[in-house]
Design a binder for this molecule. Structure first.
Ligand SMILES: *[C@@H]1O[C@H](CO)[C@@H](O)[C@H](O)[C@H]1NC(C)=O
Ligand SMILES: *[C@@H]1O[C@H](CO)[C@@H](O)[C@H](O)[C@H]1NC(C)=O
Ligand SMILES: *[C@@H]1O[C@H](CO)[C@@H](O)[C@H](O)[C@H]1NC(C)=O
Length: 772
């Protein structure tokens, strides 16, 4: 304690300034000052369309698979779009489901851990129910007829082939027992340890630990043919290779046209050796190895000789070069492009800061990742033994280069590398330059949200005004956010949350997401089950061209009669869509707004209240009310602080009506730069003395008619639509108290949260404050 690092980003390079003892206070103050700079100046937009679990189900926009009650923990998914099935790995089970019909279970394999292994696990002090089961954690495609599967096997990992058969109609689905082999170096022991593995050309590349305690973690390559003992790994217990890594993803990405150059890229977070010797700091990394690396001859035997890693930065530039870093990588998605060597890399990050909780999405180009690996190496040197840029001689062939006979006949394999290359590789895994995101800032950020982001998939969509990357972000509380980031001037981007969907009934982290572009579906898994969601719900945006346009959903367009799916190739009709600006004025034949919205007549009784309903379609809409009194020429704004006027979520409540309140009330919606009329009411105020004692309860009472306009035809005119037998007044009163209670609750909740987080902050930073 007493030491903290202040990160300063200068010319894209991180320098760490050391502050000790009393400086901690200054630092704390600084952080507290900086915090509002992020959370207050940025107004975080709400999702335009928010659908609860019940909304999704009742709109038939979600289907689910819940297993058979014995399984759960659905971490592994494998989708075969062509044959139309989805494999799901859970606790002790593998399921084969129909892509289009999750409710109908196609096949199931029961694959528990052996009884003696469960007993072993229990004796080692693990929880029998949660840990000592076979948690299926990996499903990889192998060949046309088989998939490769790994499970934790009650803290004794195992892998096997699953036979899927040839036919598409009635697939065979079984796990031949003779194919079961050890999963060491392929799958972790623990059901929760973050891990990654990828099959490529019959080899499994995995980032996992190989011991019960999870302390010996490495990047492995093992063969999946039989029980071949041959493997390659990173050196064990050497913190400059890997230091308490938590693996997130791995992907084969070709570097050039030559297969000799093929590499596997790994993404993970780890305790950063270069950040400090005293303070634990987590950084995110991208690392790579050559697929044809077979280890060294005299030294680095069965160890990678081409392993390099670089820091992956996701930060928000702040004033005075002081950046806010999102250091902990949570998930990576590799978006394929036409050029196989240059996919786009999307990363989801969270903060390790104790001051605030936040998540961000950053995007990286392969060019920037390659630039870091082609740049200078880092090196531990000097009297204080710090990590600095290596400025010495770099041996030939450049460390990290894949051996290639066509390029240099002397270096057919990594065993032919000269000794100086091998000894350089023993100490220089870390690159000096970090990898910075495109535009040097996140494309999406949440700092005050009640959830954090865990998973990402991305769909590249062609729209009328260009191409958009639609991000699907899984949260730790059962939600999927559908987000687009729209480029603006000055490298800025506008974040638009199109939809926020609550996929599961209970709050639970999203564990995995699979995207089917062919079926335009998303498969989302959690501990509870698996859900299938269409990528778009255009009809829910509304019944008018204007609503469809305002939605800014690249999947949806106005086709002349409805808001429906947009097909870029479909040139039959003009489609109305404006993702960039969401401005219906350019797209829709806008009728004169005042004519389009019907004026409704409302009677109020002097001294009583009345309620004018106006519900906007989107959470992003700002609602404004104006009133024009009978003798006035202009209408004026009704301000929220006006006496007797209450602006509520679903409309306007006018209390203790006065004859002067009569007039034309207009509800205006403002979204982006576009404003339109949602509702118009002509309010007539009936003087109290003109209403007999109980006019509302006596149908047919015609003795006392209001003096203005059309007289009410029956007592029903005194009631609001859909309020049952309540009078206008009773209804309003109820609404008013409900709203008041809701606001009170919100206020006290916010106050409590603020107090709690203040307390937590003080506790964390003040060693004198006793910990609970
Ligand atoms: C959802 O599906 C059910 C059964 O197929 C149907 O009765 C219902 O009308 C559908 N609801 C909507 C909103 O489409
Ligand atoms: C796929 O791999 C399995 C396991 O090695 C093997 O038994 C099977 O014959 C292979 N199928 C094809 C079509 O190559
Ligand atoms: C007006 O309010 C009074 C007192 O709250 C109530 O008795 C009366 O029924 C109300 N009139 C109407 C028309 O709602």
């Amino acid at each position: 304690m007493g030491t903290a690092a202040l990160q300063r980003q200068a010319n894209g390079r991180t320098q760490t300034l050391w502050l000790r003892g009393p400086c901690l206070l200054v630092l704390l103050l600084l952080m507290l000052l900086l915090l509002p700079a992020i959370s207050d100046t940025r107004q975080e937009a709400l999702a335009r369309l928010q659908l609860s679990y019940t909304d999704l189900r009742s709109a038939n926009s979600s289907a689910a698979f819940w297993g058979d009650g014995e399984s759960g923990g659905y971490q592994a998914l494998l989708l075969d779009e062509d044959r139309g099935w989805l494999l799901v790995g859970g606790r002790d089970h593998i399921y084969m489901l129909h892509c289009d019909n999750l409710e109908q279970l196609a096949r199931e394999i029961y694959w528990p851990a052996p009884k003696e292994q469960v007993e072993h696990c229990r004796q080692a002090g693990k929880n029998v129910l949660t840990d000592c089961a076979n948690h299926v954690r990996l499903l990889q495609p192998f060949n046309k007829t088989h998939a490769y599967v790994c499970g934790t096997g009650a803290y004794h990992p195992v892998c096997a082939f699953v036979d899927l058969g040839h036919g598409t109609e009635e697939p065979s689905f079984q796990l031949p027992p003779h194919t079961v082999e050890s999963g060491r170096g392929k799958c972790p022991y623990s059901p929760l340890e973050p891990f990654t593995a990828r099959l490529s050309d019959g080899n499994l590349y995995a980032g996992t630990s190989v011991d019960f305690m999870g302390t010996n973690a490495a990047i492995f390559r093992t063969s999946v043919y039989g029980s071949s003992p041959h493997y390659i790994r990173t050196e064990a217990y050497q913190d400059h290779w890997l230091n308490e890594p938590e693996f997130v993803g791995s992907f084969p990405i070709p570097d050039t046209h030559s297969p000799d150059d093929d590499k596997i890229y790994f993404f993970f977070r780890e305790t950063a050796v270069e950040s400090s010797q005293w303070d634990r700091h987590v950084y995110s990394r991208v690392a790579r190895v050559c697929k044809n690396d077979i280890g060294g001859k005299r030294s680095l035997i069965n160890r990678w000789t081409t392993f390099l890693k670089a820091r992956l930065v996701c930060s928000v530039p702040g004033p005075d070069g002081l950046d806010t870093h999102f250091d902990e990588l949570e998930d990576v998605f590799v978006l394929e492009t036409k050029d196989p060597q240059n996919p786009v890399i999307y990363g989801v990050f969270s903060t390790s800061s104790s001051v605030f909780k936040g998540s961000a999405v950053c995007v990286y180009s392969m060019a920037s990742i390659r630039a870091a690996f082609n740049g200078p190496f880092s090196h531990k040197e000097g009297p204080d033994y710090r990590w600095v840029e290596y400025k010495g001689r770099i041996p030939y062939p450049r460390p990290g280069t894949c051996p290639s006979e066509t390029y240099d006949p002397l270096h057919k394999s990594t065993r032919d590398f000269p000794d100086d290359v091998i000894s350089f590789m023993r100490a220089h895994q870390l690159m000096w330059e970090p990898v910075l995101p495109i535009n040097r800032r996140p494309v999406f950020m949440r700092v005050s949200a009640p959830y954090s982001l865990r998973k990402i998939v991305v769909d590249r969509v062609d729209a009328e005004d260009g191409q958009y990357d639609v991000l699907y972000l899984g949260t730790d509380d059962s939600k999927i956010l559908k987000v687009i980031s729209i480029p603006k001037e000055n490298w800025e981007t506008e974040e638009v949350i199109l939809e926020e969907l609550t996929v599961f009934q209970k709050l639970t982290p999203i564990l995995n997401i699979e995207l089917s572009t062919k079926r335009q579906l998303l498969y989302v898994s959690s501990d509870l089950g698996l859900a299938k969601l269409p990528l778009h719900r255009c009809q829910l945006y509304g019944q008018a061209c204007m609503d469809c346009c305002l939605a800014r959903d690249p999947y949806c367009a106005w086709d002349g009669t409805t808001c429906s799916t947009y097909f870029p190739s479909n040139k039959r009709r003009a489609r109305r869509q404006d993702v960039r600006y969401g401005d219906p004025r350019n797209q829709c034949d806008m009728e004169d707004g005042s004519k389009a919205v019907e004026e409704r007549l409302i009677y109020g009784v002097e001294g009583n209240s009345t309620f004018l309903e106006c519900v906007p379609r989107s959470q992003q809409t700002a609602v404004r009310w104006t009133v024009q009194h009978p003798l006035a020429h202009n209408s004026r704004d009704l301000l929220p602080m006006e006496e007797r006027v209450v602006h509520m979520k679903r409309g306007l409540l006018l209390q203790r009506l006065d004859p002067g309140d009569a007039g034309l009330y207009t509800c205006l919606a403002q979204e982006h730069t576009f404003s339109h009329i949602l509702a118009r009411y002509r309010l007539l105020v009936v003087p109290r003395q003109r209403v007999v004692s109980t006019p509302v309860r006596e149908p047919g009472n015609s003795g006392t008619l209001p003096q203005y306009g059309q007289p009410p035809k029956s007592y029903k005119d005194w009631h609001l639509m859909g309020t049952g037998s309540l009078s206008v007044d009773e209804y309003c009163e109820q609404l008013w108290y409900r709203e008041k209670r809701r606001q009170q609750k919100l206020r006290s909740l916010k106050w409590k949260q603020a107090a709690d987080s203040r307390k937590a902050r003080v506790r964390r930073h003040n060693p004198l404050y006793p910990l609970p």
